[in-house]
Design a protein around this ligand. Structure first.
Ligand code: F6P
Length: 347
């Protein structure tokens, strides 16, 4: 099928490999004689579609951005897109500018936007781009492998200094409501303790685990903690523990990883420290695994558009790229590996 013009945008949190994916789509689309046009700032660019929101790539530009972390097209979390009138305007802009298909690289919120746009007659194909690996229909999302490599390297560096000082350490990693980055990092580094947003946990149990490890001679254990695990923390009067040790805390203060390290320091009588890996995971140079996944999904996206398919999400199943309707993809809940989680915390 002869397609005149495809649009592509990145949406939601950026993830390593987004540029590699855009470049791969551009190269493959060009091979089939289909020009690819970048739309900047995620769905915001669709809504406004000013001249500066449209990027017609030159080959030299593509060569420059292929290996770059971040997303050259920029990205955004676009709340106005929830408004049906705003989506109608976006669809009109795409039609008025002769776009015949749209590729969206992003997470579940971005997929939702694409599904609603497809309902307005815009052929849409989605590629999973998020470090969180929280999309149930796919074994892999763009950026997850890189994010785990970054947190693994961070833990290795931290362990070197923990070993030198005989100090336990808490390392907080990203992942929103998904504990996958935390779990994979713990598996990769041999971390002794793990807390994830999927599981309830308590300060008392964690302190007891640290104390037992220290008794066994391990005074440099690592606790990996996924961000957004605080809602799963069992009630405990940690404010009194801090105050008894001379630390001023307001009654309405919320727990965070630095306070947790202090509370555990007093409960375990050990010099426990904390590090947050944070955005270094999102802005890292993409791994070869993420870049090759970017190529494989780009190839599938272009083939789907060439065969006239719309409203589809691309993912990986049993190691191979596959596709399914966006709605079906969004209905598959992400499964956390509870068995490995439990084993790590017993070792
Ligand atoms: O979804 C990717 C992610 O990095 C999450 O791991 C994190 O919770 C969130 O984005 C942070 O989003 P923002 O940068 O918009 O605050």
């Amino acid at each position: 099928m002869a397609i005149k013009k495809i649009g592509i945008l990145t949406s939601g949190g950026d993830s390593p490999g987004m540029n590699a994916c855009v470049v791969s789509v551009a190269r493959i689309a060009n091979h089939y004689g289909m020009p690819l046009v970048g739309i900047k700032r995620g769905y915001n660019g669709l809504i406004e579609m000013n001249d500066h929101d449209i990027e017609t790539f030159t080959e030299s530009e593509l060569l420059d951005i292929a290996d770059l972390p971040g997303t050259y097209l920029r990205t955004a979390r676009c709340k106005p897109f929830y408004d049906p009138e705003v989506r109608k305007q976006a669809a009109k802009n795409l039609n008025d500018n002769d776009f015949e298909a749209l590729i969206v690289i992003g997470g579940d919120g971005s997929f939702n936007g694409a599904m609603l746009l497809a309902d307005l007659g815009i052929p849409c194909v989605c590629i999973p781009g998020t470090i969180d690996n929280d999309l149930g229909y796919t074994e892999k999302t763009l950026g997850y492998d890189t994010a785990v490599n970054v947190s693994t390297n961070a833990v290795r560096s931290i362990r070197a200094t923990s070993r030198s000082h005989d100090r336990p350490h808490i390392v907080q990693v990203m992942g929103r409501r998904s504990g996958d980055i935390a779990l994979k990092t713990a598996m990769a580094t041999g971390a002794e303790l793990l807390i994830v947003p999927e599981r309830e946990w308590s300060i008392e149990d964690t302190a007891e685990r640290f104390i037992n490890l220290i008794k066994r001679g391990n005074n440099r254990a690592t606790l990996i903690i996924g961000e957004h695990c605080w809602h799963q923390m069992k009630p405990f009067d940690w404010i009194s523990v801090l105050r008894e040790n001379g630390i001023a805390v307001h009654d309405d203060e919320e727990m965070d990883v630095d306070k947790l390290a202090k509370v555990l320091k007093y409960l375990c009588k050990a010099e426990i420290r904390a590090t947050t890996v944070g955005y270094t995971q999102r802005g890292a140079t993409p791994s070869s695994s993420d870049c090759s996944f970017a190529f494989a999904t780009a190839e599938e996206a272009v083939n789907l558009i060439r065969s006239g398919r719309s409203n589809v999400a691309i993912g990986q199943k049993h190691g191979s790229v596959y596709n399914l309707p966006i709605e079906d993809a969004l209905n598959i809940r992400h499964k956390f590996n509870h068995a490995s989680f439990e084993l790590i915390n017993k070792l």
